[in-house]
Structure formats: structure tokens, C-alpha cells
Design a protein around this ligand. Structure first.
Ligand code: GTP
Ligand code: MG
Length: 448
């Protein structure tokens, strides 16, 4: 999972300052030391780290923060804003040519993921933007390269343009565009060859293709797992060829995430998409702000669990945490939790601590007062054991029976079930975000 170590470290640091009503310069300095270490451990470029710390420190020690009523939170807000800025600020969208087709060249080193990403991008363009892409096999050097793209094309039922491996890539690209015009394709994705290292032959060929087809986008595909090397590769390609954006692949396997944080600052070119797995749907638009939230936003879960542990019976808290982490919570646990939670303080406050809680409709409306808790308890108590463990079996007639049994209405039963469902969904997300490298591929970005 990307940003694992960084997220952990930053959250611990944020935790210390979050609730503070008074923040001193020394506090900020201490915090910045930790943030600096966290970023360096995440393999973020040294100069980028320095600039970042300088900016955040200046703002954090400034009036806007120190004079505010919640300085601790303000510092965190500043860190989040600067992290967002570091990754490019606004989301950078894919080009659309006013004169179709929009031509995209995929370039990069061997094994970075160009071919796979070409397939994924075509898939995403069709699925989410309702486009009609054409894939172009312009890697004539690696044996089976053309075959690989054709196989992906078959799998996606996406057309692949190929002239075999006896025609030059420049000619293939040019002919592909003629073909795309005739067939009314609105995107052309040219999958080019990779090399082990950046060499003159590769660059010359790419420059020739660029000259011939005048692409709207040149996407450099880089492997996030290579960390600083990815940043160096991006710099070279940008200097020599000129790229319009970066696609960072294998972010599912990169636990540090340093490349994602450095590339924009070092090259000035935005990350446009990130690859999160090998499957054809594992490509996502890159949202700097969401990414920053993800990196910083998990601390609330920790504090919630801490709070639970402080107030609830130790063993039960451990059990609850385990269940929350595995999202295997049943309605019975929920009931148990409700009574525990009564001892923990105002519920509204607790719910606000859940990450993303403010974005989840059901939870936002969940203004619980004691009476409502009693209602919820009554509803759950009217369920059978099986229903509590497998709420998905609760159909319309069961809902009616439960409502009757608890003296509540069917809409109330519906609402409870929906909220419970949403809570479980959220727990799954939390679980994915906080899971410690046991399984890869858990990290998921909300789409668009
Ligand atoms: N886990 C993971 N694997 C990926 C991702 N993107 C690509 N891969 C894998 O990386 C390997 C190389 O991908 P290719 O698409 O063949 O790379 P390429 O850049 O076209 O390689 P060459 O054509 O040899 O230059 C494949 O096994 C892909 O499945 C990703 O986002 N996550
Ligand atoms: Mg390839």
C-alpha cells in the first residue's frame, strides 16, 4: 500500500498537536522535524523536503495559525494544503483535442507498465468518458510485445492497430492515425518500446514519432517502486522529449510513495493517473487533495480507538478493534457497542472522528440522542440471531415483522440497516488504509 510508512509517521506526529489550544514555535519546530523525517523515510527528494518544510513552517508560525482558536488543527490544515500543492494542487485532466482523434504517446523504460497502462487507459476512456479509443502496437523490438497488446485488446474487446514488426514505429503511428480518422476513433493510444536505460536510440525514435504525429499528450509511465529513480527518469524524459504528464504505476506495491510526492515538484509535470494493480480496471485519475487527505486523514481512526480503549473494558475494546479492522461487525456487536459507547461521551463527537464521516450521507444525518439509541436497540433486539449476523437476508416481510416487534416503523428499520451497511463499508475502507502491508492492493482511491 502506498504511503504506508509516511501515513503512519505523519499521523503520529499530527496526533500530538491536534487538540492543542496553544501551539508554541517550539511545538511547530518539533513537529516539522518529525514531518521532515517522515518525508525522507518515504523517499521524497531532499530538496523537495526542504522546500516543503520551509513553506509549512513559515505558515504555521505565522499569524493565521497562532492566533486562531484551534492552532493544532490549523497546523494540520497547513500541512494538508501544502501536501496538496506539492502534488500539483488541482487535478490535472487528460487532454481532449478539438480536432479528434486526441493522440497519446505512452513512453517509458522497460517494464514500467506502458503496455498494461495503455490497455487500462483505453478501458477507462471508454468506460468513464464514453470514448472510442484505438490502441496502437508500436513496439516492434521486444518479441511478443505486439502480441501482448493484442491479447489485452481481445480481453477488453478494444481494437488494436498493428502493422507487424517489419514496419517502422513512425510509420505505424502515422498510419494508425489515418486509420483512426477513417474509423472515427476519438483517442489514439500509441504503445511504444521501452529500453533498459535511457539511450539515444530510444530518444531519437520517440522524437521521430512525436514529430510525425504531434501528440496531444506524451505520458511518461514510471514505476513508483523505483522511488527516486522514477523522479530521475521523469526529469530526463522531460528534458529530452518533453512530456505532458506522468502515469505512476505499481502504487499498490510501493509502501513509501516518495515518487508521487516528488515528481511534480521536480519536473513541473503533473501526475495524471496512478496504476493500482495489474487488472485492467486498476487505473485511477490522480487527485492531489484526496491523496493528501488520505495520507493525513487516518489519525482519527487511531484516536477513536484510543478513546474506546480508555473508556471501554480493555478486552472488549481489543475485540471491537479487531472486528472494525476486519469489517466483520455484526448487528449484535453494534448493539454491544452502542451500550459501551454511551459511556464514552457525546456521540456526535465520536462520529466526527471517523474518517470521511462527513462525506457519508447516512452518517451525517445520524444525529443520535439517547431516545434514538433506545429505538435502535429495540429494533436490533427484535431481530433473530441469523438476521443480526447476516442482515442481507432481511427482506421486506422481515422488515415489517421487526418494525412491529420493536414498536418502530419500517422506514426506521430501513434507515438503521442502511446506516449499518454504510458503516461497514467505511470500516472496510479504514481497514484497507491502515492494514500493515499484509496484503497488497488494498489501497483504493475514490474514483473521480
Ligand atoms: N502491481 C502492479 N503491476 C503493474 C501495474 N502496472 C503494470 N504492472 C505490471 O508490470 C509488468 C510490466 O508491464 P508492461 O505493461 O508489460 O510494461 P511495459 O512498460 O510495456 O514493458 P516493455 O514493453 O517491456 O517496455 C506487468 O507484469 C504488469 O502486469 C500496476 O499498477 N500495479
Ligand atoms: Mg510494453
Amino acid at each position: 500500500m502506498a504511503f504506508e510508512g509516511l501515513a503512519d509517521r505523519l499521523q503520529k506526529t499530527m496526533q500530538k498537536i491536534r487538540g492543542k489550544g496553544k501551539v508554541t514555535e517550539a511545538d511547530v519546530k518539533e513537529m516539522m522535524r518529525e514531518v521532515r523525517l517522515a518525508l525522507l523515510y518515504a523517499d521524497v527528494n531532499l530538496k523537495v523536503v526542504k522546500d516543503f518544510i520551509k513553506k509549512v513552517s513559515e505558515r504555521a508560525i505565522g499569524q493565521e495559525v497562532m492566533k486562531s482558536l484551534t492552532p493544532g488543527q490549523q497546523v494540520i490544515k497547513v500541512v494538508k494544503e501544502e501536501l496538496t500543492e506539492l502534488m500539483g494542487g488541482e487535478q490535472s485532466k487528460i487532454a481532449v483535442s478539438p480536432k479528434p482523434p486526441t493522440v497519446i504517446m505512452m513512453v517509458g523504460l522497460q517494464g514500467a507498465g506502458k503496455t498494461t497502462t495503455s490497455g487500462k487507459l483505453a478501458n477507462l476512456l471508454r468506460k468513464n468518458y464514453n470514448r472510442k479509443p484505438l490502441l496502437v502496437a508500436a513496439d516492434i523490438y521486444r518479441p511478443a510485445a505486439i502480441n501482448q497488446l493484442q491479447t489485452l485488446g481481445k480481453q477488453l474487446t478494444m481494437p488494436v492497430f498493428s502493422l507487424g514488426d517489419q514496419v517502422s514505429p513512425v510509420e505505424i503511428a502515422a498510419k494508425a492515425i489515418e486509420h483512426a480518422k477513417a474509423e472515427h476513433h476519438d483517442y489514439v493510444l500509441i504503445d511504444t518500446a521501452g529500453r533498459l536505460h535511457i539511450d539515444e536510440n530510444l530518444m531519437d525514435e520517440l522524437k521521430n514519432i512525436k514529430e510525425a504525429v504531434k501528440p496531444d499528450e506524451i505520458f511518461l509511465v514510471v514505476d513508483a517502486m523505483t522511488g527516486q529513480d522514477a523522479v530521475n527518469v521523469a526529469t530526463s524524459f522531460n528534458d529530452q522529449l518533453g512530456i505532458t504528464g506522468v502515469i505512476l504505476t505499481k502504487l499498490d506495491g510501493d509502501t513509501r510513495g516518495g515518487a508521487a510526492l516528488s515528481i511534480r515538484a521536480v519536473t513541473g509535470k503533473p501526475i495524471k493517473f496512478v496504476g493500482m494493480g495489474e487488472k485492467m480496471d486498476a487505473l485511477e485519475p490522480f487527485h492531489p487533495e484526496r491523496m493528501a487527505s488520505r495520507i493525513l486523514g487516518m489519525g482519527d481512526v487511531l484516536s477513536l480507538i484510543e478513546k474506546a480503549q480508555a473508556n471501554v473494558d480493555e478486552e472488549k475494546a481489543r475485540e471491537l478493534e479487531k472486528k472494525m479492522r476486519s469489517a466483520s461487525l455484526t448487528l449484535d456487536d453494534f448493539l454491544e457497542q452502542l451500550s459501551q459507547v454511551r459511556n464514552m461521551g457525546p456521540l456526535d463527537d465520536l462520529i466526527k472522528m471517523l474518517p470521511g464521516a462527513n462525506k457519508i450521507k447516512g452518517l451525517n444525518n445520524l444525529k443520535i440522542d439517547e431516545k434514538q439509541i433506545a429505538h435502535v436497540e429495540a429494533i436490533i433486539r427484535s431481530m433473530t440471531k441469523e438476521e443480526k449476523e447476516h442482515p442481507e437476508i432481511i427482506n421486506a416481510s422481515r422488515r415489517k415483522r421487526i418494525a412491529k416487534g420493536s414498536g418502530r416503523t419500517v422506514p426506521e428499520v430501513n434507515r438503521l440497516l442502511k446506516q449499518f451497511e454504510e458503516m461497514k463499508k467505511m470500516m472496510k475502507q479504514m481497514n484497507n488504509m491502515t492494514k500493515k502491508g499484509k496484503k497488497k492492493g488494498g489501497f483504493k482511491l475514490p474514483f473521480m
